[in-house]
Ligand binder design. Structure first.
Ligand SMILES: [Zn+2]
Length: 428
């Protein structure tokens, strides 16, 4: 591990600028007075920074209004908000089953999106060609000024080496060993590419424009083809010194459960990923159970996939519901462990595998977090579903770009080698 390091004044300046921008973003609209209260910076510093943000086009100032509670006297107060058109980013989600892309503005609004399935056994070259096509498609559809395009964020299955932009032996992509995906996508698009694993990207998306906008400490459980996690602790993404933190999918949720490909037994992913759920349902159906799903299974066993299973559970099919309830119980076990370990303020569930049963999971996990963590008498941890639905990782991918450019990051402030984060203005 590195020694504790100090920092120099130029870095403090850009860090403070990002602190102010972050405070404006997370509050929606705010005033200079409130900014000083929230950030602890002096009114003079706030005033200088806001002037710079306005000049850079990153922030918009709305008309003067009298201060709240005044009868018209006193100095009028103007409100500040992030300028949505200041910059745009494309988020790409690469999943073993599909490729999606979204174009998002600074406020997190999705302006264009595309998604397509991909065949099993897809190689890196073909995948990058499809991603490049998806990027061009959303950029064309949104018709934004090219100079305001800040870059491309790529969310892909872990494990990855973020610094080198490599995908490292992903368990569900045979032959993808140390693929330099970020560099390949940069060549294909001509844009700068920032890469992260899908779960961390989704968590950053939630912090940028979703349910965790104002939350400094939260855990995100991402349910896709596999199960991943993302952590924000003390307002910073937490990755761990070797960047493999938050592997919530490999927390033991069922001690007597099946072996996992990681070498452990009873991992959350091994008992709760879509493939495990479908296998569980088919085992029960083969045993001759009744119900709507059983009728579909009798006609064509192949029709019982994850989507059909979740749909049947949401519609009240008993067998399907029993499979989903088991997953909800495993998920609750993992969520209680995460909460006990990290003392977070919020737990977020997101990702495409929530399907039609997200609310069943949310309710079960919320009930567990109200009854089981040791600190429950001090504070209760709410559970939120990501509003981004199946697009959580793609939207997260786009927010990687904004986060990298604009979020106040201690790693940058305290890095002895990295340059300070320059305000990447809209007009560069
Ligand atoms: Zn595992």
């Amino acid at each position: 591990m590195r020694q504790q390091v100090g920092t120099n004044l130029p870095k403090v300046g850009s860090y403070n600028q990002n602190v102010v921008l972050d405070a404006i973003r997370s509050s929606g609209t705010t005033s200079r007075v409130e900014l000083a209260e929230r950030t602890g910076l002096t009114p003079q510093t706030i005033s200088v920074i806001v002037r710079r943000l306005l000049a850079g086009g990153l922030v918009r100032e709305d008309g003067a209004q009298p201060p709240a509670g005044s009868s018209g006297g006193g100095k009028p107060r103007t409100t500040l908000r992030v300028e949505p058109t200041a910059g745009y980013a494309v988020g790409v989600h690469f999943d073993p089953g599909q490729i999606g892309a979204v174009l998002v503005d600074m406020a997190g609004t999705v302006l264009a999106e595309t998604r397509r399935g991909v065949h099993a056994g897809l190689g890196p070259e073909e995948a990058v060609a499809l991603m490049g096509r998806a990027v061009r498609k959303v950029v064309r559809a949104a018709a934004i000024p090219p100079r305001r395009m800040l870059g491309v964020g790529l969310a892909c299955p872990g494990p990855i080496d973020q610094e080198l932009g490599l995908v490292l032996y992903p368990p569900r992509l045979a032959g993808w060993d140390r693929v330099p995906l970020a560099a390949m996508l940069e060549r294909a698009t001509g844009s700068r590419v920032i890469m992260d694993n899908d779960a961390t990207a989704a968590a950053i998306g939630e912090r940028w424009s979703g349910v965790a906008k104002n939350i400094g400490n939260f855990a995100y459980i991402y349910m896709g083809t596999g199960i991943g996690g993302g952590l924000f602790l003390s307002n910073q993404v937490y990755r761990g010194p070797f960047r493999n933190a938050a592997e919530i999918g490999h927390v033991v949720a069922a001690p007597d459960g099946p072996p996992c490909y990681c070498g452990n037994r009873g991992c959350l992913e091994a008992v709760a990923c879509p493939a495990a759920m479908v296998a569980d349902a088919r085992r029960l159906l083969a045993g001759g159970a009744g119900g709507a799903l059983a009728a579909a299974y009798a006609k064509d066993p192949g029709s019982v996939d994850h989507e059909a299973l979740c749909g049947a559970a949401a519609a009240g099919d008993e067998l399907a519901r029993s499979v989903v309830d088991r997953v909800a119980a495993h998920l609750s076990n993992a969520a209680v462990s995460v909460t006990n370990m990290l003392d977070v303020e919020l737990l977020v569930l997101g990702g495409p595998a929530l399907g039609a049963v997200g609310e069943i999971y949310r309710a079960a996990v919320a009930e567990a977090l109200a009854a089981r963590p040791i600190a429950r008498h001090i504070h209760r941890v709410p559970v939120a579903l990501s509003p981004a639905g199946g697009g959580a990782a793609a939207i997260g991918g786009a927010s990687l770009v904004f986060h990298h450019a604009f979020a106040p990051q201690l790693t940058t402030l305290l890095s002895p080698t990295a340059p300070a984060v320059a305000p990447r203005g809209a007009h560069q």
